[in-house]
Design a protein around this ligand. Structure first.
Ligand SMILES: *[C@@H]1O[C@H](CO)[C@@H](O)[C@H](O)[C@H]1NC(C)=O
Ligand SMILES: *[C@@H]1O[C@H](CO)[C@@H](O)[C@H](O)[C@H]1NC(C)=O
Length: 199
């Protein structure tokens, strides 16, 4: 006797089962928040990144080695007294950044990081610093500088390698020019001009 129900096409019923399973799994994944993709493209506007702009900042960096409250202290001494460039010395810094050249002028941030003597001919530092800003809307944002600083050159250029906060995705450069230096103590005031692309 023939069945009153049509026999379902086996391929079709297989398809229905797979579709059901797929929906079940994707629903479960969405519900548990699990996602097996490691990386995916994101619309930059979702992060509030609209238009890239170029900004210029100017301030003075105070490297204070003398007195009771130095902001720059040697943490590694050069292994040899023979080097005239103090090759190998490393200083840790927490240097004030001020609007004007005087230490008493408005503080806009601090340069935190370190520099080391990385040159055996001429005094050349490798600088690694985070400029942690405190001024206005930039308060809490940082710019990271990494570069070569031949301190007796008139203008030294170093790279802005990135940043945080308002400086996410930042890139650019700084130009450092010595304003004053006390050759006895090593205390220095350096003018910094930063040109930075950021969103
Ligand atoms: C460096 O010089 C000082 C004083 O002249 C001496 O006491 C010290 O041992 C020297 N250090 C090295 C690593 O040669
Ligand atoms: C910068 O932010 C810190 C922490 O949010 C706050 O304590 C401080 O007062 C702010 N400084 C300025 C100058 O706005």
């Amino acid at each position: 006797m023939a069945s009153t129900f049509p026999t379902p096409n086996p391929i079709f019923s297989h398809f229905i089962t797979l579709t059901f399973l797929y929906i079940l799994v994707t629903t479960l994944v969405a519900a548990t928040g699990e996602d097996d993709t490691f990386g995916k493209r994101v619309d930059r506007r979702l992060l509030g990144l609209k238009k890239e702009k170029l900004s210029h900042f100017k301030f003075y960096w105070h490297d204070i080695l003398s007195g009771p409250n130095p902001t720059s202290i040697p943490v590694v001494l050069p292994p040899s007294n023979k080097s005239t460039t103090a090759f190998g010395i490393i200083n840790m810094i927490d240097d004030p950044l001020t609007l004007g050249p005087k230490l008493s002028s408005k503080m806009v941030g601090r340069a935190q990081g370190l520099y080391g003597s990385a040159s055996q001919q001429g005094i050349g530092l490798m600088m690694v610093m985070n400029f942690a800003f405190m001024e206005g809307k930039y308060n809490g944002s940082t710019i990271t500088v990494l570069g070569r600083n031949m301190i007796f050159s008139k203008v030294r250029e170093m790279a802005v390698i990135s940043g945080t906060g308002l400086f996410r995705f930042a890139r650019g450069y700084v130009q450092a020019t010595t304003h004053t230096v006390d050759l006895k103590t090593g205390d220095a005031v350096v003018e910094y001009n930063i040109y930075v692309m950021h969103y």
